[in-house]
Design a binder for this molecule. Sequence first.
Ligand SMILES: [Zn+2]
Length: 208
Amino acid sequence: MLQSFRIVLIPQCSCCGTAVTGDDSKELLVTERFLAPDLQKRLTAAGWEISPGDRKVNRGPTDPIGGDSLRCPACVAQAKRAADRFRARLAAPRVKTVDMTDRLGEGWKLVQRVGDADTKTWLVEYKGSVRGLVRRYKRVDGTWSTGWEALLAGEAGFVRHDATAAGSWSDRSSFLWSSRDLAAWGIAHQPSFHAPNPAWAGRSKRRK
Ligand SMILES: [Zn+2]
């Protein structure tokens, strides 16, 4: 039996909510979260970015998980500028390099750019490409913790990588590592939460 109502969707930018419009410049109405091929073609030509959804997880028009994901031209341009700025900052001249082959493996280095020493920050590089960053944690009151943060390099910025149980600075903090090199190890190997510390780090943990 047919329903007396059907659900209508308006495709929009997943960042800013700008709606997709039709030829009449009114908001476009569709009935499912997967865009028709000709509409995809038109949007791509107009500078929209479409990340294809997964039809296997599609559970109807109200399912927020499956379905295509869209970004409008303005948000695409903004993301590209942010990525360019991020890369430019990463490419700043190096003033100090520590070879980490013994602890992290062949090709791994810790490097500091101008100014990084002041913020107790090290880039974690693998064969010349930045994989992440580790830094002493600065508390809200401006004092330095002895714990270290590990941040993975993404496309346009860094995202925090939590400490393992064995490598954490204290049992009460989920994100601080107990040493710089353990934090760098977290970037290099992205160990699971229950992974044991590497042999060089020992088993003991500072109690706070
Ligand atoms: Zn947008």
